[in-house]
Every structure is written in structure tokens, then in C-alpha cells.
Design a binder for this molecule. Structure first.
Ligand SMILES: Nc1ncnc2c1ncn2[C@@H]1O[C@H](COP(=O)(O)OP(=O)(O)O)[C@@H](O)[C@H]1O
Ligand SMILES: CC(C)(COP(=O)(O)O)[C@@H](O)C(=O)NCCC(=O)O
Ligand SMILES: [Mn+2]
Length: 902
């Protein structure tokens, strides 16, 4: 669909609440304040009026995280620009290209109305997202330039991709100019002109390296990491504390650049002993046919058979006077001199390891010396020599750490080899980068996107069929490739007076394995940091760290849940053969992710439960399961709506105090309807929805495990009775009883007290969570039995009565504060407040109360989060282990945590 640039805001919102009956049986509470009823915030979202040619707003990674070069998604790129940039190096050609995919604008009536209420429309400008796309990263060996040209040609990348208008109109590419960097941009310019008809516009290599590195460090949350003793640790870079740093790009040769800012840098040194040296000498000495083969050999090597160690010179003793241990390498390959052996007498494994150590230590040492020269503490290493190889990174880190006595730190980048190509890509329109922040980037983990050139190109994006079979093939291949490589542990190696690195990179993920683009970076400009977070810098969504032990537990939980989930997903798509095939592919894909994470929990960046639970939902979406729990949700909504009138009557017969308690109890009790909890799902076989709800209510016994109810009651009914909250954001959780019998009655109570209520719900389905799109219908139904809800929903634009006559009849009724719905920007059972929808961020500006409901949003995540306004966290703990771990409590304990800001 074509982009709609004009944001037409219909004056008539049409039939959104058709058929709503007006009732007169209820009075809006006397506390209703009419000023509170003027519910529109005036906040306007900052939007640039002119958009960059290359719209990087909302970029996101698409590629394995562990795999160094995830593809990046640009959801808002809409102009017809050149979509390809190249870095043609001495060894490898790196391509960064943009593939776009049309995305229908998802502006529905609810959103339009809410945005208008929140003051978020500025007519005439288009809303996001319009067109999306991803940045892909692909590499080829420079010696196989033809493969690269074929690849570009087959995907018509030089003409903006096969879907581009220029391609469809059959336009000739004669005047197409592609940005390129690296020596090959000069050397092969003629070949590109001849074969593809395009001109290469040369960009300076150093400019590009620096621009690429700066972009990655600024915009991608888990781009940089340290690697010591086999342990990868992601480092969140503080932009205010980034410069200056040393950038060491280890390609064929090595460039050492001091970076002082954006576009401010100096190439301070370099060395000709680099990746080309390792691969060149290695090829000569071992007869290896590929770089990966050589690297893999090193993992089984023992360099003490070749390297002369201090112990060899000192008769097995340390040279302790100058701090060198017996196992220190005194001279790389030095032992060979005294031996009467031929090359063939040495093990290729040992040769490869000696070479790798020699070169890595040397680069580490030169880098350290340059860091020392300029007083720099941080050294970022890029270039394809590193190849995500644990031992190489450990070796470099050890050298930097040892020589600097811990003063300097070596860091690595996931997109290690693509800095130059990325920089060239960015040079199309440099200012496109300026607005991009880490919160615009969301990690996604799709299966299947091209990464390496040559034979494995991956399926065309969006072609589900190809994706499924490619993924199945990959899973088979990936398992072979990623099997641990047995390690011989050489006891006597070492260098420079410090112990040898412990990690030898027991697993070498091959390029093919990296082609399983399980992690991807999406750029989403509509995401914002939640403005009510007390301190976004220290905010950590996850309550418990997903370490190896914790991951093991979740591995089992999620694996056990998988067959049932697949059944539900397949049924939700009609149970067809196609759905079954997709169901299998989903199960494969998700299991492959779990297996990978089990192997290395840090494989996909710093990964918490919030990410893990979202990963499952993302996997479902990838195989086009729109909403696995749809029928369960509908059934539970209907059953709950049927008993809502009785519940409301019962509540209305109570005094204020009893009612508030009953409401909170009701929320906690109804949170039992959670299809993500094994224990709860077992309960559902034992009774109807209403029976379970009643049983759950009956069991509510105070004090709850955390019980701040009295404090909340005091705030509501005593201390500031005359000052109701102005706006409450209610983060709702599950469909059915949870939202209908729990949260809606609570919302109603707030509304009748004059508090505007914004129901915040998921943008996308996750388990049985209610979504923002589903809420208006539920509210419309509930409103049939409740005039408080009805008037508030009308005031909030959720229900529009088409019959103007009825509106006239109601003219004299008090105006209600509005009830609104906003989406949270997530499709997970948890919430990460660093990345929420701009709609929610806008709604938050005037809020003075947050109510987080459910285990995902208020226990797994955000239990320890602090906000700038009062917060109430309500949940039933439906998992035994979590209850024990967090509170030394029991399953079905309840939490009512009130955190007022005084
Ligand atoms: N598949 C591969 N083929 C060749 N070299 C590789 C491969 N993977 C990693 N390398 C290493 O990466 C180096 C090239 O790194 P790169 O950053 O692409 O530099 P350049 O721009 O000089 O080609 C090679 O010299 C080699 O050490
Ligand atoms: C996925 C959930 C966080 C959803 O809980 P909710 O937010 O709906 O209260 C929860 O069901 C959960 O942690 N389940 C997995 C553990 C289990 O089966 O006990
Ligand atoms: Mn839920």
C-alpha cells in the first residue's frame, strides 16, 4: 500500500461502538471532577518535518547477535534510494544492503482517537510505520568477485531490489551510483561498470570505519562486549563517555585509529601483520582450503611443539627476575630452529595455533602501546580476522590486559567485519543517523536471512515456504556445525608472563551457522523510553538474571510447553496441513534458539526473561501464527462479560472501603487465568471459568505475600481523598476474567473518582494477554451494563454512538473523565520500559498513578523498577520456583506492592 502522507483524521469515527445501549441506572460518583474531564494532554511528539533521504529512524538488528553481523531493519525507509554499499577489501567484500517491505499503516480508529486525545496528531504529517526494511550484511571472498556480482544482480540490489519501482519499470541502471570503500572500490570499479552498469562512488576507508563503529556504538544496545576467559560480557556504552577510544580494525592488515568524536579521528598506526598474514601463512603451511578450516584446526593445537618457551631456554625454570613464567612464549616458532624436522613433521593444528597466538598477541601488544601513547582506556577491535572466535578474542584481551596491567580494556563488536561497509552505507545521508538511539532498536530473532555470499544465500525475505525449508535444512546443518570441537589441552603454553587464555573457542560457529540469522536489529522510531522511569540509565527490566542455572530451568519450562503451544497455534490457523508444517517449523526454530542459548546464554546479547518470552512470540509470528490463543481469549471474554453485571452490582452494594479491598482482591484473584503457567493450565481442567474465579477469590487471604493495601487505601480514601489521581495508567495483562472481572472494575472505580484511566495493553498478542486492539470491543460490551464505563469510554473516543439523537438526550449528564486505550509497543508477556510505544510515552506525561498487573509485567520484570509517580504492582505468583526465589513464598501467593512518591 502506498504511504499515506496526509494523516487524515476522520471527524466521524464511525461505527466503533455500534449498538451501545445507554443506561441510566448508575450515577457517576460525586468525586468526578469536570476539570479532570478535560482529558487531553497537549504534548506533541517531536517529529522532524523533513525526513532524511535515508530514514534510519527505528533501525533494528536482523542477524544473529552472537554472530557478529546481524542484519539491521529500517522500518521507515520509504524513499527510493540506492540500497547498497560495499567495502571491497583485500580478502573479503562486504555488502550492506537494504531490503524494504511494504507495511500497512496500522492506524485504526482506536489509535486515531486516542492519539487525538493525547495531542499526538499534527495533521499533514504521516504517521509511522509506513514502509519498513532491513539492513542486511553479506560477505564474499574478494577472489570470488563474480559471485558477489551475481548476488547483486540476482537480487537487483543496485536497482533498489526486485521490489523497487525502478526495477519494475525496467529503468536502466546506467546512472546508478553505489557507495563503495576499500581498495577494491578503485581496483574493481571497471568491473562493476561493465557487469552491472553502475558507478562506484568512493568513500574514504577510514571515514567509513569510524562512521560504522560510531553508529554501532551509539545505536545498538548490545553491540560491544568484552571477552575474557571464555566469558562474553556485553557493555552498555554511555554516549557521554564514549570518546576518545582506539579503534583497531584487523582485516588483511591492521589499522589503528584514535577516534575523538563523530567524524573526528586520526589513523595513528597500523601493522602489516594482520588477518592476511595468519590466513596466508596458515594456508601455505597447513594446506587448509578455507580460513575457517584453519581457525578450527587451531582449536585442537598445542603450540608448545613449535614455540620456544621461557622454560625451553631456562631448563624448565621461570625467568622470575623479569616476571616471565616457564610457559611464556619466548619466541614464536623458535623451537623449530633446533629441531631437524620438515614442515610435514609438524601437526597443522599446532602450526595454526602458533600462528594465531603470534599474530593475536602482537596485535594486542601494538594496540596497547598505541592506547598508552594517547592515554586511551578503551580499545575496540573490529575486522573479520576476529571472526567471533573466542580464543582470538581471549588472546587479544589477555595481551591488552597484561601489558596495560588492567588499565586498558579490549572490546569487540558484533558487527566486527562490517564497519567499513556500514559507514559507506551511512554516507548516503549522514544526518539520518543523528536521531537514532538505542531505544529505537529492537532485537528480533528471525530465522533465515542471507549473511554470507557464495552458496548459502538464504531464502528471499518474506517467502515463508522457502524460509521454512531453508530453516529446516539449516537446523540440520547447524547442529553438525555447532557441535563442540574436542580440545587437546596443551599444558605448557603461555606468553608474556601471564597464563594462556583458558578458552580455545571450543565452538567455531561457521559462516553457515551465522547464516541462521536468529537475531536481528529492527529500527523502530515509534519507540520511546518510558518517561516515568525514575532513572532509565540504571533501569533493569529483569528481576532475576537469566544465568546458566536459571536458563536451564526455563529451557525445561518452555520445552515442556512447546507441544501444547504448537497444537494451539496450529488449531488457531484452522489445523490445515500448511498450519501443521508451519507449526513444525516454529517448534524447530524455537528449539534451535533454546539449544543455542543453553549452550551460551549470552549468545544473543544480554538476554533476560523478557527477551526469552518475547522470542517465543516472535518465533510464532515469524511462521505467521497471528494469535495462538485467540479462541481461548474469546471464550473467556464472553464468559466473564456474562457475569460482569452481577459483579458490578455486588461491588456497588459495598461501602467504599470494602469495595476498594474487593476490587484489589478481584484483580489478584482473576490473575489466575494465565495460559503461560503450567500450574494454572492444570487447574482449568477442574472447573468452569467462573468456578475457578470464585474459588480463587475465596482463597484470597490477607496479609498477602507483599501487602501494601492499607497504604494504598489510605492514599485513596483518607490522605488525599479530595485530590484523586489525575491520570492512571493501568497495564493490563490477560484476557477474560483477568481484564473483565479484575482490571475493568478497578478502572471503573478510578473513573468514578475522577481519575482519567488509560488501559495499556500489548500491541501484539502474547499468550492469552489482551491486546490494545481487542480492548475497545470488550469495553463496548462491558459498557452495555455500566454507564460509568460507557460515558468514560465515549469521552475517551472508544465508543462513538452513531445516533446523535441519543447524545442529545444525554446532554445534561455530567461529563465523564475519559477511559482510553493505548498500546504498549510490545508483543511479550513482560515489559521493558526502555522501549515502549510513543503513544504510551505520550499518555504517561500526565499520569500520576501506574498500576502494573500480572506476573510478567510486575514480577518477572519491574518488581524492582522505580517510577517518578505512584506505582501499584499487583500479581498472583503462579510459579512455585519464582515464589520461593523472590519471597520465600508459595505458589498462588499474591503481591500488592504500593510505591508512592511522597
Ligand atoms: N571466510 C573468510 N575468508 C577469508 N578470510 C577470512 C574469512 N573469515 C575471516 N577472515 C579473516 O579476515 C581477514 C579479512 O578481514 P576484513 O575485515 O574483511 O579485511 P579486508 O577488508 O582487508 O578484506 C582475512 O585476512 C582473514 O584473516
Ligand atoms: C508467562 C507468564 C509470565 C505470564 O504470566 P502473567 O503475566 O499473565 O501473569 C507466566 O505464566 C509464567 O511465568 N509462566 C511460566 C512458568 C510456569 O509455567 O509456571
Ligand atoms: Mn499474561
Amino acid at each position: 500500500m502506498a504511504a499515506n502522507n496526509s494523516d487524515p483524521i476522520p471527524d466521524q469515527l464511525g461505527e466503533g461502538g455500534a449498538g451501545v445501549k445507554h443506561e441510566t441506572g448508575e450515577e457517576v460518583g460525586e468525586e468526578t471532577s469536570s476539570s479532570a474531564a478535560q482529558a487531553t494532554a497537549t504534548t506533541m511528539l517531536p517529529r522532524s518535518s523533513s525526513r532524511p533521504q535515508l530514514d534510519l529512524s527505528g533501525a533494528a538488528i536482523h542477524g544473529t547477535l552472537e554472530d557478529r553481523n546481524p542484519t539491521i531493519l529500517l522500518p521507515n525507509q520509504s524513499d527510493d534510494i540506492s540500497h547498497l554499499a560495499l567495502d571491497i577489501g583485500g580478502s573479503l567484500i562486504k555488502l550492506v544492503y537494504f531490503s524494504r517491505h511494504a507495511e500497512l499503516s496500522t492506524e485504526d480508529k482506536r489509535k486515531i482517537s486516542t492519539k487525538r486525545k493525547l495531542g499526538m496528531f499534527n495533521g499533514g504529517r504521516r504517521s509511522y510505520p509506513i514502509l519498513g526494511g532491513r539492513l542486511h550484511f553479506v560477505k564474499f571472498e574478494t577472489g570470488k568477485l563474480n559471485e558477489c556480482l551475481d548476488f547483486i544482480s540476482s537480487k537487483q540490489l543496485h536497482r533498489g531490489g526486485i521490489d523497487s519501482p525502478s526495477w519494475r519499470s525496467g529503468a536502466q541502471p546506467d546512472d546508478i551510483v553505489i557507495k563503495a570503500t576499500g581498495g577494491g572500490a578503485y581496483k574493481y570499479a571497471d568491473v562493476f561498470k561493465e557487469r552491472l552498469g553502475v558507478s562506484l562512488e568512493k568513500e574514504d576507508e577510514m571515514d567509513c570505519l569510524v562512521a560504522g563503529a560510531n553508529f554501532l556504538l551509539k545505536a545498538i544496545r548490545h553491540e560491544a562486549f568484552t571477552h575474557m576467559d571464555g566469558q562474553k560480557r556485553y557493555v552498555q556504552i554511555d554516549q557521554n563517555d564514549l570518546f576518545p577510544f582506539l579503534l583497531v580494525n584487523i582485516g588483511s592488515g591492521v589499522s589503528i585509529i584514535k577516534v575523538d568524536g563523530h567524524g573526528e579521528f586520526q589513523r595513528v598506526s597500523g601493522t602489516n601483520v594482520g588477518g592476511g598474514t595468519y590466513w596466508g601463512l596458515g594456508k601455505l603451511m597447513t594446506k587448509c582450503k578455507s580460513f575457517d578450516e584453519l581457525l578450527e584446526l587451531s582449536q585442537r593445537g598445542d603450540n608448545s611443539t613449535m614455540d620456544m618457551l621461557i622454560g625451553d631456554i631456562y631448563g624448565g625454570l621461570d625467568y622470575s627476575k623479569i616476571g616471565l613464567s616457564a610457559s611464556t612464549i619466548a619466541s614464536s616458532f623458535g623451537k623449530i630452529i633446533s629441531e631437524n624436522k620438515e614442515l610435514s613433521d609438524y601437526r597443522p593444528e599446532d602450526i595454526s595455533l602458533s600462528l594465531l597466538r603470534m599474530i593475536s598477541y602482537n596485535i594486542g601488544q601494538i594496540s596497547y602501546l598505541n592506547a598508552l601513547r594517547y592515554g586511551l582506556k578503551r580499545i575496540f577491535f573490529g575486522g573479520f580476522f576476529i571472526r567471533g572466535h573466542a580464543y582470538t578474542m581471549d588472546t587479544i584481551s589477555f595481551a591488552v590486559h597484561f601489558w596495560s596491567k588492567g588499565e586498558a580494556q579490549a572490546m569487540f563488536l558484533r558487527h566486527e567485519g562490517f564497519l567499513g561497509a556500514l559507514g559507506a552505507f551511512m554516507s548516503y545521508e549522514k544526518h539520518g543517523l543523528d536521531d537514532l538511539r538505542a531505544h529505537h532498536l529492537v532485537e528480533r530473532f528471525p530465522m533465515g536471512a542471507p549473511y554470507v555470499g557464495g552458496k548459502i544465500h538464504g531464502p528471499p525475505l518474506g517467502d515463508l515456504n522457502e524460509k521454512i525449508s531453508w530453516m529446516e535444512k539449516f537446523v540440520q546443518k547447524g547442529t553438525q556445525i555447532t557441535a563442540p570441537v574436542p580440545m587437546g589441552v596443551p599444558a605448557t603454553t603461555g606468553m608474556g608472563g601471564f597464563e594462556r587464555p583458558t578458552s580455545k573457542g571450543d565452538i567455531l560457529r561457521s559462516d553457515a551457522s551465522a547464516a541462521l540469522n536468529v537475531g536481528v536489529l529492527h529500527l523502530v522510531p515509534t519507540l520511546d523510553v518510558f518517561p516515568l522511569l525514575e532513572d532509565p540509565k540504571t533501569y533493569e527490566p529483569n528481576t532475576i538474571d537469566l544465568d546458566q542455572d536459571e536458563f536451564k530451568y526455563w529451557f525445561k519450562i518452555l520445552s515442556d510447553h512447546l507441544p501444547d503451544l504448537v497444537d494451539k497455534a496450529v488449531a488457531s490457523e484452522g489445523g490445515t496441513d500448511d498450519a501443521k508444517r508451519r507449526g513444525d517449523a516454529f517448534a524447530h526454530a524455537f528449539s534451535a534458539h533454546l539449544a543455542r542459548l543453553m549452550e551460551e546464554p549470552a549468545a544473543y546479547g544480554k538476554f533476560g526473561l523478557v527477551n526469552l518470552l518475547e522470542l517465543r512470540e516472535e518465533c510464532l509470528r515469524e511462521f505467521q501464527f497471528v494469535d495462538a490463543y485467540i479462541s481461548i481469549k474469546q471464550r473467556e471474554n464472553e464468559a466473564s462479560l456474562a457475569v460482569l453485571p452481577d459483579l458490578l452490582m455486588e461491588l456497588d452494594s459495598m461501602n467504599e472501603e470494602a469495595r476498594l479491598l474487593a476490587l484489589i482482591e478481584g484483580v489478584l484473584a482473576a490473575n489466575i487465568f494465565d495460559w503461560g503457567s503450567r500450574a494454572c493450565v492444570e487447574l482449568y481442567h477442574k472447573g468452569t471459568i467462573i468456578e475457578i474465579y470464585r474459588m480463587s477469590r475465596k482463597k484470597m487471604q490477607r496479609p498477602w505475600r507483599i501487602d501494601d493495601f492499607d497504604m494504598f487505601k489510605k492514599r485513596m480514601l483518607t490522605d488525599r481523598k479530595d485530590q484523586p489521581y489525575k491520570r492512571a495508567l493501568l497495564f493490563v495483562d490477560n484476557s477474560g476474567a483477568d481484564v473483565v472481572l479484575g482490571m475493568l472494575p478497578l478502572a471503573r472505580e478510578l473513573l468514578r473518582r475522577g481519575t482519567e484511566v488509560v488501559l495499556v495493553a500489548n500491541s501484539l498478542p502474547a499468550l492469552n494477554d489482551v491486546t490494545a486492539n481487542e480492548l475497545p470491543e470488550i469495553i463496548a460490551e462491558a459498557s452495555k451494563h455500566c454507564s460509568i464505563l460507557r460515558k468514560a469510554a465515549e469521552a475517551g473516543g472508544l465508543i462513538v454512538d452513531a445516533m446523535a439523537g441519543i447524545q442529545d438526550d444525554l446532554k445534561d449528564e455530567p461529563v465523564s473523565v475519559p477511559l482510553m486505550v493505548v498500546e504498549n509497543g510490545c508483543g511479550s508477556p513482560c515489559i521493558d520500559f526502555r522501549q515502549v510505544s510513543s503513544e504510551l510515552a505520550a499518555a504517561a506525561k500526565d499520569a500520576d498513578l501506574l498500576i502494573l498487573e500480572g506476573m510478567g509485567r510486575s514480577l518477572h520484570t519491574n518488581l524492582n523498577a522505580h517510577f517518578k509517580c505512584d506505582a501499584l504492582k499487583l500479581a498472583m505468583v503462579k510459579n512455585k520456583r519464582l515464589a520461593e526465589k523472590l519471597f520465600n513464598g508459595n505458589i498462588y501467593d499474591c503481591i500488592c506492592k504500593f510505591e508512592p512518591v511522597f
